[in-house]
Design a protein around this ligand. Structure first.
Ligand SMILES: Nc1nc2c(c(=O)[nH]1)N[C@H]1C(S)=C(S)[C@@H](COP(=O)(O)OP(=O)(O)OC[C@H]3O[C@@H](n4cnc5c(=O)[nH]c(N)nc54)[C@H](O)[C@@H]3O)O[C@H]1N2
Ligand SMILES: Nc1nc2c(c(=O)[nH]1)N[C@H]1C(S)=C(S)[C@@H](COP(=O)(O)OP(=O)(O)OC[C@H]3O[C@@H](n4cnc5c(=O)[nH]c(N)nc54)[C@H](O)[C@@H]3O)O[C@H]1N2
Ligand code: SF4
Ligand SMILES: [Mo]
Length: 891
């Protein structure tokens, strides 16, 4: 924990990527001048050496600028002692005056298992409050609820190997090409080797859908009907595994009867999903006739007002065919965050207790005895949406936020941010010094150790526990989150129960609890790890659970032979709720706003936003809309739209996309007040929640769009700082090589001195102004090298941006400067367009040139340009360009 720079390891450190739930192994070698060299770990069973664009760029995200390095009370830097005393005192005061309902902690799937365990133990066992929830509520909770309802436990039955040995992969509401890229590449490799068929069920044409044999662009929200139709088809075609259903399940007849009500025929199913009947028939036939099927699902399933039923409808089809827990088959919930699974294991959700136990009296008593807990929470606490509503009403008065940015990521984010300001006692544990949640003025800021510094474990989508190991000294006063929790506990009088000295000690306790009075009654059992000594913990190799003490580890799948965790040991088929007719649409909000992710940014951009490579692919917040909808709403591709819902509005760049469904909008979730002026999409999202899981529906907020025009647009690039712009200006910031970039649109005049406050007298400024056309371009040279530039015109200047974003600090030739300033274009025309390959910095223009020169496939494009040859995340886009070029050639 207190690593000194001279103790830095000489050999690369084996650790785990801090982004998605694939859980790739990383080799990190700290550099002499800070940062680190990053490579994929060839020995890690998640990735066998591969990394995606985000993982590859980790070394670019480790700088200390923007880090929170010292504890603060108010805006004053204080000692840890003072900050911890004040944190503890605030919770003590609130508890005494208002009881355990008035306190809460809001956690994150990006915490390590050890952090999560400590926080959960303190609140649920020692402060008597189950108001412990996590951003996993917004992420995995419908899968958790769906698993528990069907299996009696939150179990992911399969393994990654199944994805490679399946003959049919069905992706439901998952854009794995962008969100689980390394796993997706593994599946594509298997497809190439064995001809695996891929079906993608997503209202949008995504990068994942581009590789599919069949894409079903169903109406948003209609997945339950689709899988009910499938169950009916399987029954009618005699495709059920009667023996499995009879031996290991219950409730089949009721579930089928309900499915028949919802989707009696193929035609009815197709109508409910607004899909061509022939495509639905093709999917049903593939599923019915392929034994080895894996159905992978993610946020298009979970983040829905009927998310738990969507999960149930999918699980029904696998249970009915007995395709579960066997090689190459099963339902597979793709987890989002690096430790989404670990959070579920410790009980980080308000409706779980710990170690996959709930709030049944026997479990409460068992955990009480294990913890020797003085004040156990006796009932479930408030789930995220309810928790922040209780904050808004003033009922929760003391809140600790750790490792998440709810002022951006919660639905109705503006209301959440306003609610945070009402708290009497508001503590935030963070890596960064500034984000939208910190903008709500917490009373106490605690500086947390970040990836590369922190030490512990995470669990990936296939239940595999891997170590995150430190390879950098914790900077400033940063400390691990579990330590801060333990210190607060000590100040509240619980020093003995929180006396851990290392994360390994926390882990052992967690492992022991999983095995405590378990005897096979609970799926989550890692008792075999309860006695690891410090060295074993340090050297722990990636290991899948279950890992029961004394049991031979032969099978890591669940349920091939039943053995469910329900009272009867049988799986429950679920009769999903009847589908109620949609409420009368609100004429003010005719569109459905779907939100999600882009390839190269991670959530609220606090880390990926620091990488120039990752900030090159999609640079601005945008909204995608079908071209015909764009035309009818008066929107222009490349123009601007104001998107409004009942909860807020944003202004986004318009991308007219034929892959969008009519009536649907898609906007990415990443931009926030730190990175854009009007791009906080979370402010628009309604808080409609699933009745079982409490997970909000982030994919279907009623919305309106309207065109917005600005007199001028442009960009600025600088090695120095950016000045403040008129508040009505639309802007987005992006990290570029050696500096920062700003794209903007405005009705005001933007001057050089306003945007670059640190110009120096000796700077050489080269200008071009064409007042008639509203064009003004300036380049600032310092000691002969480009120090800043400002380009303003009536519309966007993508070519000049792509060229110049990579030229700060360089000397430009006379010819380049002339061409850029006069014509607004780089003289090298190929440099144009957005960067497609982030790893090798290859812009669209270069790839198009290679295709025009005859490159027949992605491999040839790679050979000619290097594009797509590192992580492969951009291969879908390159293949699409090839298809488009072919379509043009034959047209
Ligand atoms: N690059 C990148 N990768 C990430 C993340 C990131 O921020 N950036 N975050 C990680 C996290 S925490 C998570 S949870 C995962 C999320 O990974 P995904 O779930 O794959 O990502 P999303 O983009 O949220 O949504 C997936 C798809 O659901 C579709 N969808 C919307 N409504 C419906 C519907 O009604 N039915 C169906 N079938 N589909 C629908 C959307 O169009 C979208 O394409 O990604 C992880 N990986
Ligand atoms: N509209 C809409 N909203 C969504 C979603 C959507 O699809 N649509 N997806 C939802 C989903 S699935 C998710 S997972 C959430 C993600 O939403 P958030 O969790 O709010 O997003 P992050 O940007 O990952 O926030 C993590 C924060 O924790 C900090 N941090 C990172 N590591 C540590 C650590 O070890 N310790 C501490 N103390 N701090 C740390 C980072 O600096 C950052 O500020 O968004 C949800 N919100
Ligand atoms: S797929 Fe990419 S983001 Fe996910 S764990 Fe692997 S390297 Fe990290
Ligand atoms: Mo997530």
């Amino acid at each position: 924990m207190n690593m000194h720079p001279s103790d830095l390891p000489k050999a690369p450190t084996r650790t785990t990527c801090p982004y998605c739930g694939v859980g790739c192994g990383v080799l990190a070698q700290p550099g002499p001048a800070g940062g680190a060299t990053i490579a994929g770990d060839t020995e890690h069973p998640s990735n066998f050496g591969r990394l995606c664009s985000k993982g590859s760029a980790l070394g670019e995200t480790l700088s200390l600028d923007g880090r929170l390095l010292h504890p603060e009370i108010g805006a004053q830097r204080v000692s840890w002692d003072a900050a911890l005393d004040a944190t503890a005192e605030g919770f003590r005061r609130t508890l005494e005056a208002h009881g355990p309902e008035a306190i809460a902690i809001y956690l994150s799937g990006q915490l390590l298992t050890e952090d999560y365990y400590a926080a959960n133990k303190l609140f649920k066992g020692f402060l008597g409050s189950a108001n412990v929830d996590t951003n996993s509520r917004l992420c995995m909770s419908s899968s958790v609820a769906g698993h528990k309802r069907a299996f009696g436990a939150d179990t992911v039955p399969g393994t990654y190997r199944d994805l490679e040995t399946a003959d049919l992969l069905v992706f439901v509401g998952s854009n794995a090409a962008w969100c689980h890229p390394v796993l997706y590449q593994r599946m594509l490799a298997a497809k190439a080797a064995r001809g695996t068929k891929i079906v993608v069920i997503d209202p949008r044409g995504t990068a994942t859908a581009e590789e599919a044999d069949l894409h079903l662009p169903l109406a948003g929200g209609s997945d339950t009907a689709l899988f009910c139709g499938l169950l009916v088809h399987l029954a009618d075609e005699g495709r059920l595994d009667q023996a499995y259903v009879a031996a290991h399940t219950q409730g089949f007849d009721a579930a089928l009867a309900r499915a028949r009500e919802i989707a009696p025929t193929l035609a009815a199913t197709a109508a409910a999903c607004d899909l061509p009947p022939a495509d639905v028939a093709a999917f049903f036939e593939l599923f019915a006739t392929t034994e080895r099927v894996v159905t992978l699902y993610s946020q298009g399933v979970n983040q829905a007002a009927q998310g738990t039923d969507k999960v149930g409808a999918i699980l029904n089809c696998h249970l009915a065919t007995g395709r579960i827990g066997r090689e190459g088959m099963g339902p597979f919930s793709l987890t989002g965050q690096p430790n989404a699974m670990g959070g579920r294991e410790v009980g980080g959700l308000a409706n779980q207790l710990a170690a996959h136990m709930g709030f049944e009296p026997a479990s409460i008593d068992r955990v009480r005895r294990f913890w020797d807990a003085p004040r156990m929470a006796e009932a479930e606490g408030l789930k995220a949406v309810d928790m922040f509503d209780a904050v808004a009403r003033g009922e929760i008065k003391a809140l600790w936020v750790m490792g998440t940015n709810p002022a951006v990521s919660m639905p109705r984010a503006d209301a959440v941010r306003a609610a945070l300001k009402r708290l009497d006692h508001f503590v935030v544990s963070e890596n960064v010094a500034s984000n939208d949640t910190l903008g709500a003025a917490p009373h106490i800021r605690l500086p947390a150790a970040a990836w590369g510094e922190k030490d512990g474990t995470v669990t990936n989508s296939e239940r595999r526990i891997s170590r995150q190991r430190p390879f950098l000294a914790p900077p400033g006063q940063t400390r691990p989150d579990w330590w801060a929790v333990a210190q607060v506990a000590k100040r509240l009088g619980f020093g003995e129960a929180f006396g851990w000295r290392t994360p390994g000690e926390v882990f052992r306790e967690h492992a022991a609890l999983s095995a405590f009075e378990n005897e096979g009654t609970r799926d989550f059992d890692i008792g075999a790890l309860a006695e690891l000594d410090a060295r074993d913990y340090d050297q722990l190799k990636p290991i899948q659970w279950p890992a029961r003490q004394g049991a031979a580890r032969t099978e890591t799948r669940f349920f091939a032979n039943g053995g469910f965790y329900t009272a009867t040991g049988r799986a429950n088929f679920v009769a999903v709720a009847p589908i109620t007719p949609a409420a009368t649409p609100d004429y003010r909000f005719p569109f459905r706003l779907n939100t999600g992710r882009i390839r190269d940014q991670w959530h609220t951009m606090t880390r990926t936003g620091k990488s120039q490579r990752l900030s090159s692919h999609l640079v601005e917040p945008f909204v995608e809309i079908h071209p015909e909808d764009a035309a009818s709403e008066g929107l222009k591709d490349g123009g601007f739209a104001r998107v409004t819902t009942a909860h807020g509005h944003v202004v986004l760049r318009v991308r007219a996309e034929p892959g969008q469904r009519r009536g649907s909008l898609f906007a990415p979730i990443h931009w926030n007040d730190e990175t854009a002026s009007h791009g906080r999409v979370g402010a628009l999202v309604h808080a409609a929640v699933d009745p079982f899981s409490g997970q909000p529906d982030a994919k279907a907020t009623p919305a309106a769009v309207a065109p917005l025009r600005f007199a001028r647009q442009g960009f600025a690039l600088t090695q120095g700082t950016l000045g403040a712009l008129d508040p009505a200006t639309w802007w987005a910031k992006a990290t570029v090589p050696h500096g920062i970039g700003l794209l903007f649109a405005t009705d005001h005049v933007v001057t050089l001195s306003e945007i670059f406050p640190d110009l120096e007298p000796g700077d050489e400024i080269v200008d071009y102004v064409d007042a008639g056309r509203g064009v003004a371009r300036s380049a600032v040279f310092r000691d002969g090298a480009l120090a800043a530039c400002l380009f303003v015109a009536a519309d966007r200047q993508e070519n000049a941006w792509t060229f110049l974003r990579a030229r700060l600090g360089e000397e430009l030739t006379e010819g380049q400067v002339r061409s850029l300033l006069l014509a607004g274009r780089a003289s090298d025309g190929a440099a144009c367009g957005p960067l497609v390959c982030a790893c090798h910095g290859v812009p669209k223009g270069v790839i198009e040139t290679a295709i025009r020169a005859g490159a027949p496939d992605a491999a040839a494009v790679g050979a000619a340009t290097k594009a797509g040859t590192n992580c492969g995340s951009c291969l879908p886009e390159i293949r699409r360009m090839l298809v488009d070029a072919r379509a043009l050639a034959t047209a």
